[in-house]
Design a protein around this ligand. Sequence first.
Ligand code: GLN
Length: 203
Amino acid sequence: MTSPTIGVLALQGDAREHVVALTACGAQVRLVRRPEDLQQLDGIVVPGGESTTIDKLARIFDVREPLVAALREGLPAYGSCAGMILLADRVLDGTRDQQTFGSIDITVRRNAFGRQVESFEGDVDIAGIDDGPLHAVFIRAPWVEQAGPDVAVLGQVDVPGAGPKIVAVRQGDRFVTSFHPEMTGDLRVHRYFVDLVVSAARS
Ligand code: GLN
């Protein structure tokens, strides 16, 4: 397979920026809003935005259940920021009725950086991504409080006053970052995910 079909969940948030980045990396991209949009995807991106809103809309549009089922069956996924929250098995500081899609054995703390500063920028080295650190933009971002034994920690940042915090992890074919690579024009994270999707489809 040379050009995988990757869906971008487009219920709310910055789906468009992911479409641009994935297309630049050679993927066929499909916006996902309805259950039928999930058919025959090779991978899916859950964008940044507001995780509580995306959660609610996913239930209203009946896309939650088929997406959770597809993730359980192994659909490769990448989530940035709110997408990290939605792909986490557990969330701290969520709203009372907030649900996630799950699929990664992590506990994330929502709006974690917000308790230090609203937004935060820093350079972060990501294991598996070459050519130097990424410039990472964090906007009301979560971080990973706890990761299960099958989760690989790919990147951490030193947060002033809070110490080193996990901001990128991978479990099998699921990959999440607290930050927004789709906002910087640096395509390395999207290329990493497109490569991951291509190798998952081959195996
Ligand atoms: N704070 C948002 C949430 O809880 C995430 C912010 C973002 O995606 N930039 O979903």
